[in-house]
Design a protein around this ligand. Structure first.
Ligand SMILES: Nc1ncnc2c1ncn2[C@@H]1O[C@H](COP(=O)(O)OP(=O)(O)OP(=O)(O)O)[C@@H](O)[C@H]1O
Length: 372
């Protein structure tokens, strides 16, 4: 255990309530605490979507209130090279990436951590809802105590060595308690709305944003029988399992059931759709990943019974993890809806988040013949 009085911690201050309360709690626990606000995106189109200025002002107000120094740093170049370019490449390849996972691995727990250490810090802290547990030779990542806020899904690709240098003060709390602490201490961020969506996109329309960076290739929309029933503006605008925005309807001999994206045929640039949100094509029994990011190298043989999530906020799904020639296969006990290549599968053993990988492909549950 480290002695707080001799431990210098730099807290990532986002201008939100979670990092504000994290800083306050660390001060109360007797740590030497400073804050750091980072800018990861250079907004050059003059729009109002980027809230960085207000966020910095909020972070500064909290630091002033609790008597803490605030540093600033710009990691926009690192973010562009190590997160954003990968994000675009994934969209180009027809997948739906999750940039927040990469941002944690490459920016918050790498660029930010290294910078904090270079400023003389012993550790960093963030307002993520996760917990860590130190064993003799490893640090484990645990789910946050508040099941509604647990963010371990986003941190699964951060390795033990980085976690060992990180503190997560609000991971032991429930969100309402965090807000109550902020209110009690008059922090400017107490009632601030939780941030939503991908940080660099903010509230703007996703398609409009993507169009600035990737050429859209229009193509046909087909049914599972190969009948062309419309045109799409670009496969990148569509996600498997998604309903809205297809512009189909009023078709002869079709029921009123809404249409859903079932698959993307990249070679033919075709969007394949079907009716009903329980369409059998939407369900998978297994998925494949080529690479796993482990928090700690696994100390168990495969196959192994575990739990998994294929998206943030999904409940634990029981599964079997198997090794394959190309990587790993996750075989689910129950059919999984809308398993999406590019998103991540994250593995759990009880409360311990073991790691995860990017979904390459999904195996169909049972097409046509049986309902899941
Ligand atoms: N611009 C930033 N500068 C410094 N640290 C940041 C920044 N953005 C996020 N962080 C750190 O990462 C944590 C999680 O960020 P996330 O964007 O998920 O915000 P959040 O869960 O809404 O938390 P908060 O309420 O603190 O904004 C934050 O609590 C903070 O410690």
């Amino acid at each position: 255990m480290h002695d707080p009085a001799h431990t210098r911690v730099i807290v990532g201050m986002s201008g939100g309530v979670d990092s504000s309360v994290s800083a306050l709690l660390l001060l109360q626990q007797g740590y030497q605490v400073e804050g750091l606000f980072m800018k990861n995106w250079e907004e050059d189109d003059g729009t109002e979507y980027c809230t960085a200025k207000e966020d910095l002002a909020d972070a500064q107000a909290v630091c002033d209130r609790i008597g803490m120094r605030l540093h600033t740093a710009n990691f926009a170049a690192e973010y562009w090279d190590n997160v954003f370019e990968h994000f675009l490449a994934e969209y180009k390849a027809g997948r739906t990436p999750n940039p927040d996972i990469l941002c944690n691995r490459e920016i918050k727990f790498k660029a930010f951590l290294d910078y904090a250490l270079s400023l003389g810090a012993d550790m960093i802290a963030t307002g993520h809802y996760v917990r860590r547990r130190d064993a003799e030779d490893r640090t484990e990542l645990l789910k946050g105590l508040d099941p509604n806020k647990d963010q371990s899904y986003f941190l699964h690709a951060v390795a033990s060595e980085q976690l060992a240098k990180s503190l997560f003060p609000v991971g032991e709390l429930e969100k309402p308690a965090v807000r109550a602490i902020a209110e009690l201490h008059g922090l400017a961020t107490a009632r601030k709305k939780d941030s939503t969506g991908i940080c660099f996109i903010g509230e703007r329309r996703f398609g409009d944003f993507l169009k600035q960076y990737l050429p859209a290739r229009p193509g046909p929309i087909e049914t599972t029988e190969g009948k062309v029933i419309g045109q799409h503006h670009g496969l990148m605008y569509h996600t498997i399992g998604q309903r809205q925005g297809l512009g189909i309807g009023g078709m002869k001999n079709a029921t009123e059931d809404p249409w859903y994206v079932l698959a993307k045929d990249l070679t033919r640039n075709v969007l394949i759709v079907g009716q009903g949100n329980q369409h059998p094509w939407l369900f998978s029994r297994a998925l494949h990943t080529s690479e796993m990011f482990w928090v700690n190298p696994p100390d168990f043989p495969l196959p192994r019974r575990l739990a998994a999530k294929v998206r943030y906020r999904q409940g634990d799904q029981t599964c079997t993890l198997e090794k394959t020639d190309q990587g790993f296969r996750v075989l689910f006990d129950e059919p999984q809806r809308a398993v999406t290549p590019g998103q991540s599968v994250v593995l759990y053993d009880g409360d311990v988040c073991l790691g995860g990988g990017v979904i390459e492909t999904a195996e169909p549950w049972k097409r046509e013949d049986e309902q899941p």
